[in-house]
Design a protein around this ligand. Structure first.
Ligand SMILES: CC(C)(COP(=O)(O)OP(=O)(O)OC[C@H]1O[C@@H](n2cnc3c(N)ncnc32)[C@H](O)[C@@H]1OP(=O)(O)O)[C@@H](O)C(=O)NCCC(=O)NCCS
Length: 433
């Protein structure tokens, strides 16, 4: 039974009761042990649980609202160092990759844990392009689905349907599932683009094998091959969104995978988690916010009102980054370039002012979603495809995490902190209640 010995206490205030506490509470020197997903206690060198009002310590466990500061498992895929503003994939800083590595190279990095040589990249690219064709049943669904459905919901459903067409879906063999992962990375963009065309009553052009992942999505969406610049912009956005540690959707995928469910279930659950406005849905929220504000001169008043009403400003703040999200400057630069080329700088001007106010007033920074909204808008992508683009790019990270989960699986099963009616209630027959 959990025995609460401290309520909502900051670590530094917490009394040390070693005889009650298997958990090392020598917190003043901040060398803390953390619970791994297998419930063993480890003392990591780099993970520090920050003092936070959201953490309550019990005799046998730590209650951390939103799992803040909890290390749930190990990963070789990526790390977010929030206090330094550093993100890296398999050891490569995001600043090393963005603008240099293609999305396909990053997919290789995540799936095989190294950047590919030319032959390896060709092999993966060929495999990805060979898998673009969707089963006819999924195409029929995309055509028949309600035209006003949200594309992200269609993608979640279509991924689930893909599972019904995969004879080996219950097999958790890693090489089988690597093939599934490649297929999902390849097909997710086709699903989004085809639905976008189908909802407008447009034809669905046959898939092509001569275009990169980013170019192929834009080609299917618009029915014409994109400019090199548009392809490059989307490719960099894909690279920036591919992986991000144990974010909510990736963690969701790993939790589902940990039950030894199948890849399609894990990924449809991840898409469901991503769409929320506190996660990947924020990029759409940013454009809605900019549209609602309307013009630069309205920004200050709108933000002040929103803060007074304790509203969240979309695209601002982050659970892990306490300094600038390292992805944001790349997207900001692309947004500045694109809007100035279009001769329409209104959105970026407004965004810059919002970011400045939030830095000054709340010490909060723009996150990945803040500037990506203007980038996608400037590429002519409809707002309700912004979160789908996040899902397309993150498919590589999600599937890589599912494979990693299975390679060293242990069921995720945290405890909860029961705060309900006291134990021992007696059953009263319905007539007597
Ligand atoms: C990302 C996010 C969910 C992280 O949330 P969190 O770690 O749980 O942080 P909290 O919601 O507890 O916020 C901590 C404080 O910062 C404030 N805050 C955080 N993000 C804020 C935002 N976007 N706008 C206004 N205030 C914000 C909270 O109001 C709170 O202030 P308080 O202590 O005075 O009450 C949160 O920053 C957010 O909702 N951002 C907007 C949505 C978004 O862009 N999501 C994409 C993330 S990549």
């Amino acid at each position: 039974m959990l025995r609460e010995i401290g309520a909502k206490a900051a670590y530094s205030d917490f009394p040390v009761l070693p005889h009650l506490f298997s958990f090392d509470c020598a917190l003043n020197d901040r060398k803390k042990r953390v619970l791994r997903h297998d419930s063993r206690l480890v003392t990591p060198s780099k993970h520090h649980i920050p003092p936070t009002p959201n953490v309550t310590i019990h005799a046998m466990s730590v209650v951390s609202k939103g799992l803040e500061g909890i290390v749930a498992a190990e990963t070789r895929l990526g790390e977010v160092r929030g206090s330094e503003g550093v993100l890296f994939y398999c050891g490569y800083d995001i600043n090393e990759l963005a603008g240099k590595a293609s999305y396909e190279e990053v997919v290789h990095l995540l799936f095989y844990n190294h950047l590919p040589n030319r032959a390896e990249l060709d092999k993966l690219t060929t495999a990805l392009r060979a898998e673009r064709e969707l089963p006819q049943g999924v195409i029929d669904f995309l055509k028949a689905a309600p035209k006003d459905a949200r594309p992200i919901d269609i993608m979640r459903t279509a991924v689930s349907m893909l599972g019904c067409y995969d004879q080996k879906r219950h097999d958790i063999d890693v090489s089988e599932n690597l093939a599934t992962a490649i297929r999902l990375v390849s097909q997710i963009g086709v699903i989004a683009a085809y639905f976008h065309r189908a909802r407008q009553g447009l034809d669905l052009p046959p898939v092509r094998k001569d275009l990169s992942e980013a170019a192929h999505f834009l080609y299917l969406m618009n029915g014409e091959v994109p400019s090199v610049e548009a392809e490059k912009t989307l490719d960099v956005a894909y690279v920036l969104h591919a992986e991000h540690g144990f974010n909510a959707s990736t963690f969701t995928a790993r939790v589902v995978a940990s039950t030894l469910s199948d890849m399609f279930s894990a990924i449809s659950a991840a898409i469901g988690a991503l769409k929320g406005p506190l996660h990947g849905g924020a990029n759409e929220g940013v454009i809605h916010m900019l549209q609602e504000i309307g013009s630069l001169d309205q920004v200050d008043g709108w933000v002040e009102d929103a803060l007074a009403q304790k509203k969240k400003i979309m695209g601002i703040g982050h659970r892990v980054y306490k300094v600038l999200d390292p992805r944001a400057p790349h997207l900001r630069e692309m947004a500045v370039q694109l809007t100035s080329q279009l001769g329409e700088t209104k959105w970026i001007d407004m965004s810059e002012r919002i970011a400045q106010i939030m830095r000054e007033r709340k010490n909060l920074n723009a996150n990945v979603d803040f500037y990506s909204a203007t980038v996608y808008y400037s590429l002519g992508i409809p707002t309700d495809l912004f979160t789908p683009i996040f899902a397309i790019a993150r498919m590589s990270g999600w599937t890589a995490h599912v494979l990693e989960q299975w390679s060293e699986n242990r069921l995720f099963r945290p405890l909860s902190d029961y705060v309900g009616r006291s134990y021992g209630q007696k059953f009263v027959p319905i007539e007597e209640r």
